[in-house]
Design a protein around this ligand. Structure first.
Ligand SMILES: [Zn+2]
Length: 370
């Protein structure tokens, strides 16, 4: 069990608004928001900032037991970030909105610093001139509890965009309000983040509520910028990977040890970008070490390890190792698929206006053996 005293003792830079609206299962099942049948009550979208896919492949994965467990589901080490930009905030906007940065339907957010305040343009809606919906909108409007637990302050962009003052109306009864993110926490320490996340999900589960949580873990990116995306033994980047794996292991043990969570939680794990070109950064969008990332879907029970591309041959194209753009009409699997994948796992529809996995056709499990 996760104690409240432990929760209270944590150092939280910013916390946190919990709005516990009454869950009404029958009323939530309006025609437009009717959840499909699913055994998954909780989905955690985890973005490991600057994660190189080698962390989840042999030989390194043998030192990362949690990552090894996560790769017992459907996954690929050949996913891609946004083709036009390999920096943090735009790629997270992609995960949360299901849009790429460029084009008429793109989200258009290219900044990567702390955003200006909400009233000074610090929302995702101002520049495009219309509301940019998100995974938080769909989940919250369907009556789920939602949380964003970030390792960098710049993620306040999402709190500003989807909080009480800028979030969109919930147009289907019951009205769960405009504040789409019930709990916003920023802490650079993964163990604290994970404790907060675990308490949030277990608390909601104890009240019979479903959840969507976005967890952003940053130590790999901090280490990469300080000392390089150095995969050699004992490097700061390798130490950061161990710290992240420890935090992921805490999440998995909380799930696996909880009779009310085991089998009812899915994890989608990806990265905003990898890194190493230039050595202390990830600025070059055409460098394979920057754009090649993992994309993992784990549900913990009745899984068969499977390559995501092998079960999506009619809708996704596995790019060549160095391939950023391709003539193939099918897209690669991108981190921006994450939001709509999470909603599909929860039995919820796609993000309005999204363009990546908007049909929610990314298959995430091996076909059942006959
Ligand atoms: Zn970075």
């Amino acid at each position: 069990m996760w104690s409240l005293s432990l929760l209270a003792s944590m150092t939280i830079l910013v916390a946190a608004l919990f709005l516990f609206s009454t869950f009404n299962q029958s009323a939530a099942s309006t025609a437009a928001q009717a959840p499909a049948e699913t055994s998954i009550d909780h989905v955690i979208l985890i973005s490991v900032d600057g994660l190189r896919p080698e962390a989840m492949l042999p030989p390194l994965v043998d030192q990362h037991p949690a990552m090894k467990q996560l790769t017992q589901g459907a996954w690929t080490a050949q996913a891609r970030c946004d083709p036009d930009i390999s920096i943090t905030l735009p790629n997270h906007v992609g995960m949360i909105t299901g849009r790429l940065v460029a084009g008429e339907l793109g989200h258009g957010w290219v900044g990567n610093t702390d955003p200006p305040s909400r009233t000074m343009g610090g929302t995702l809606h101002l520049k495009p001139g219309h509301y940019i919906s998100s995974v938080f909108d769909v989940a919250h409007d369907a009556g789920l509890q939602t949380a964003l637990i970030s390792g960098k302050w710049k993620f306040v962009l999402f709190e500003q965009s989807y909080g009480e003052d800028a979030g969109g109306p919930d147009t289907f009864a019951p009205n769960y309000g405009k504040d789409k993110i019930d709990c916003f926490v920023c802490s650079p320490k993964p163990v604290e983040q994970v404790q907060q996340l675990a308490a949030f999900i277990q608390g909601a589960s104890d009240r019979n509520k479903k959840t969507f949580t976005f967890l952003h873990l940053a130590p790999s990116d901090f280490a990469g910028h300080a000392s390089g995306w150095d995969l050699s033994d004992g490097s700061p980047y390798r130490h950061a990977l161990l710290d992240i794996d420890h935090a992921l292991g805490l999440i998995l043990s909380k799930i696996n040890d909880s009779p009310t969570l085991k089998g009812r939680v899915a994890i989608v794990l990806t990265a905003d970008h990898a890194g190493g070109v230039p050595f202390l950064n990830h600025l070059e969008p055409d460098a394979p070490v920057n754009f090649t990332i993992p994309f993992v879907v784990w549900s913990g029970v009745n899984q068969t390890p499977v390559d995501l591309y092998s079960i999506n041959t009619t809708s996704r194209h596995c790019p060549a190792v160095n391939e950023r753009f391709s003539d193939n009409p099918l897209p690669p699997i991108r981190n921006a698929e994450a939001g709509n994948t999470c909603l599909m796992l929860l039995g919820l529809p796609a993000i309005p206006g999204s363009t990546v996995n908007a049909r929610q056709d990314l298959l995430v499990a091996a076909p059942l053996k006959k």
